[in-house]
Design a protein. Structure first.
Lengths: 302, 123
């Protein structure tokens, strides 16, 4: 993998991207939560499942559980995680879920001050204020010393990271010896050995999505695996869950086109509307096998 | 922001060798009652940086902790455990800042949330 994939933009562009991400989520988090709830990630569905609108929230919970299962995170009282970092925590859905599940301390970081505040409020409302804390911080410069966390969790935030190597290095740095690292993220398809890049028509689909969702250049699942290998992380596993998230975007579009969805969008802001308008491109990307929904997990050596 | 969180936060500005602990500028401190959990406290005792906690607690207006890390036998003392619990979990910095001592760089804390985001020239 060339360095152009790892560092897609220069420092100034990176800061601009981060500002854009913060503003996007400051503006759009509320409307998402209002319609879809506290988890800002895909649901996990059986392949070829017929799904009702009411199934999606439990599918989002299932996504968390399937990721923990895939990574073999222990839940016995001796070995279960005690300190967790939620990298790109949104409004804290995963943080609160994991803190409750394991009785662990969870620290979430997000670029969006609005999200951090909402995450904190939800934690207080759910009686978890003593277990979870949220900070506005950059995943590429996590404000934690080395080796602090038993579980390092990144649920659909990796796609926002402009420097994949730095992103993964930080995940590894804050992981304690023996800790599990879980990355669930959007990737593009792996390139064949003879390919240098995606085909132009494939790039076109991704570029449409990038500017509206504040994403830097995409990388492949294989790229992530290579990065983790380069950091000497162990037990690296990866899987393509694209078939298990297929009902998600059609459902999101359906809710966006509902009366509540349209009125909420009109009241939101341009960034949110622009984001909503590229949702069909996500479906196109999945259908054409350009976009992959991937899980990559590993362990930090003891 | 609880002191448990403060004990975790460091600044990693470019060129900074040791960004921990950050000093606290306390503008508004609130006390929030938290259920006592013995196992959690015992587990945390070995993990936290004691000096950072003791200094931070003093800045927040609670001066009941020993300056230096006490012998683990204090974990048998209910009196100690209550003080440890109070400092670690019940003191909240709602408004103020975390300050990197060597440069004076301030990370604001608003509504209990620290903003640790670095500027372009700091990364």
């Amino acid at each position: 993998m060339s360095t152009t994939v790892a560092v897609a933009v220069d420092e100034h562009q990176q800061q601009q991207l981060k500002k854009g991400i913060a503003e996007f989520y400051d503006e759009s988090s509320g409307i998402w939560e209002n319609i879809w709830g506290e988890h800002m990630h895909h649901g996990f569905y059986d392949t070829d499942a017929v799904v009702e609108l009411s199934d999606h929230r439990s599918a989002q919970i299932r996504m968390v559980e399937e990721a923990l299962l895939f990574a073999s995170v222990p839940d016995d009282s001796e070995k279960k995680p005690r300190t967790i970092v939620d990298v790109g925590c949104g409004i804290g859905g995963s943080s609160r879920y994991l803190a409750k599940k394991y009785g662990a301390e969870c620290h979430g970081i997000t670029l969006s001050p609005v999200q951090a505040e909402r995450a904190q409020a939800l934690a207080a409302a759910q009686g978890l204020a003593d277990k979870v804390s949220f900070q506005v911080a950059d995943a590429l410069n996590q404000p934690f010393p080395d080796g602090k966390f038993d579980l390092v969790w990144s649920m659909e935030s990796g796609e926002h990271m402009p420097d994949k190597l730095k992103f993964v290095s930080e995940l590894a740095r804050v992981a304690a010896p023996g800790a599990t690292i879980i990355i669930v993220t959007w990737c593009h398809r792996d390139l064949s050995p003879t390919e240098e890049s995606l085909r132009p028509e494939e790039e076109k689909i991704l570029n449409k999505i990038c500017s509206s969702f504040y994403l830097p250049a995409w990388c492949s699942t294989a790229d992530y695996v290579k990065l983790l290998e380069s950091l000497s992380l162990e037990d690296i596993k990866a899987a393509d869950w694209s078939g298990n998230v297929a009902p998600f975007w059609p459902a999101v579009i359906k809710t966006a086109l509902s009366w509540k969805g349209i009125t909420s969008l009109l009241r939101s802001g341009w960034k949110t509307i622009r984001g909503a308008m590229v949702m069909p491109s996500m479906i196109e990307g999945f259908k054409k096998d350009v976009i992959k929904f991937s899980i990559i997990t590993c362990r930090k050596p003891e | 922001m609880r002191l448990l969180t403060h004990n975790m936060l460091s600044s990693n500005i470019k060129g900074v060798i040791n960004g921990f602990p950050l000093l606290i500028e306390a503008e508004r401190v609130v006390e929030k009652q938290v259920d006592f959990n013995l196992d959690f406290l015992k587990n945390m005792f070995s993990k936290i940086d004691w000096k950072a906690l003791a200094d931070a607690s003093k800045t927040m207006g609670y001066d009941e902790l020993p300056d230096e890390v006490p012998d683990p036998s204090v974990l048998d003392s209910q009196e100690f455990l209550q003080k440890f619990h109070h400092a670690l979990l019940e003191l909240h910095l709602e408004e103020g800042a975390l300050v990197y001592p060597e440069t004076g760089r301030r990370f604001p804390v608003n509504k209990g949330i620290p903003n640790m985001f670095l500027h372009e020239d700091e990364v």
